[in-house]
Design a protein around this ligand. Structure first.
Ligand code: 5GP
Length: 235
C-alpha cells in the first residue's frame, strides 16, 4: 500500500522549494500533478507543476468522477475561485509502481483526502510570521496587489486549521525544514514497515516526532497571533 503524504501551506510559505528539495533526497515518491483552471505563472509548464485546463474541461472531469478530491480555491463573495483537483489516476499509478505519493493541496483538499484515506500523513508548513509571508509574496513578484491581499487573508484562515494536521513544520531556514520534511517521510515509512528499528532509525523517528502536532502547538501560537495584529499583547 502506498503511503499518501499531504503537504499544505499558505501560498508563499516556501512549500514548493521544500517539496523540490524533498524529491532530491527521497526515492520511490511520486508527485501528484494537480489539474487547475488558473493560468500558468512565470516559468510554469503544462504537465510539470500542473495540468492547466479550461473550466469546461475541469467540469467534464468532475462529471466523469476523475477526481479523488477537488476544490475551488481563493474564491470569495465577489471573485469566483479557480478549480484545483487531484486526479485519481495518480494514486493508482503510484500503487502500480509501489511508490508513495505526495499531494500538494490546500486545507479543503487535505480534509477530503483524510476522510477518504484516514491513514494519509498530513503535514502543514507555516511561515515564521505574517510579515515574512507578506515579504515573500511581494518579492516573488508573481501576483497583483489584489491577489496578494487575498492570499494573505486566505493564509490567515488556512493557518487556523493547523490542528487538523499530523505534523507542523515552521519554515524558518529552508535547508533545515527540508531535512525535517525528509525525516517525516522516512520516519513514517520506517514505522509502517514493521521491521525492527536500528539506533539510527530511532533517532530519525525521534527527530520527526518533534514536529508532531501535540509537540508543535506552542510554536504555532505566536505565528497565529501575528496574523491577528488587532490582538495587542498584554490587552
Ligand atoms: P497556487 O495557485 O499558488 O499554485 O496554489 C494555490 C493553492 O491550491 C495551494 O494552497 C495549493 O496547495 C492548492 N492546490 C494545488 N493543487 C490542488 C489540488 O489538487 N487540490 C486542492 N484542493 N488544492 C490544490
Amino acid at each position: 500500500m502506498s503511503i499518501v503524504y499531504i503537504v499544505s501551506a499558505p501560498s508563499g510559505s516556501g512549500k514548493s522549494t521544500l517539496v523540490n528539495e524533498l524529491f532530491k533526497m527521497v526515492r520511490n515518491l511520486d508527485f501528484s500533478i494537480s489539474y487547475t483552471t488558473r493560468a500558468p505563472r512565470g516559468s510554469e509548464q503544462n504537465g510539470k507543476e500542473y495540468f492547466f485546463v479550461s473550466r469546461k474541461e475541469f467540469e467534464d472531469m468532475i462529471a466523469a468522477d476523475e477526481f479523488l478530491e477537488y476544490a475551488e480555491v481563493f474564491g470569495d463573495e465577489k471573485v469566483r475561485g479557480e478549480y484545483y483537483g487531484t486526479a485519481r489516476r495518480f494514486l493508482l499509478e503510484a500503487e502500480n509502481r509501489s511508490n508513495d505519493l505526495l499531494l500538494d493541496i490546500d486545507v479543503q483538499g487535505a480534509s477530503k483526502i483524510k476522510e477518504k484515506i484516514p491513514e494519509a500523513v498530513s503535514i502543514f508548513i507555516l511561515p515564521p510570521d505574517r510579515e515574512k509571508l507578506e515579504w515573500r509574496l511581494r518579492t516573488r513578484g508573481l501576483d497583483s496587489e489584489e491577489v496578494i491581499l487575498r492570499r494573505l487573508e486566505t493564509a490567515r484562515r488556512e493557518i487556523e486549521n493547523y490542528s487538523k494536521y499530523d505534523y507542523i513544520l515552521v519554515n524558518k531556514v529552508i535547508e533545515k525544514s527540508a531535512d525535517q520534511l525528509k525525516d517525516i517521510v522516512l520516519s513514517e515509512r520506517l514505522q509502517r514497515s514493521g521491521k525492527a528499528l536500528s539506533e539510527e532509525d530511532k533517532r530519525l523517528v525521534e527527530t520527526a516526532q518533534a514536529c508532531r502536532l501535540d509537540r508543535a502547538r506552542e510554536q504555532v501560537q505566536p505565528i497565529l497571533a501575528s496574523f491577528h495584529p488587532q490582538v495587542v499583547k498584554g490587552n
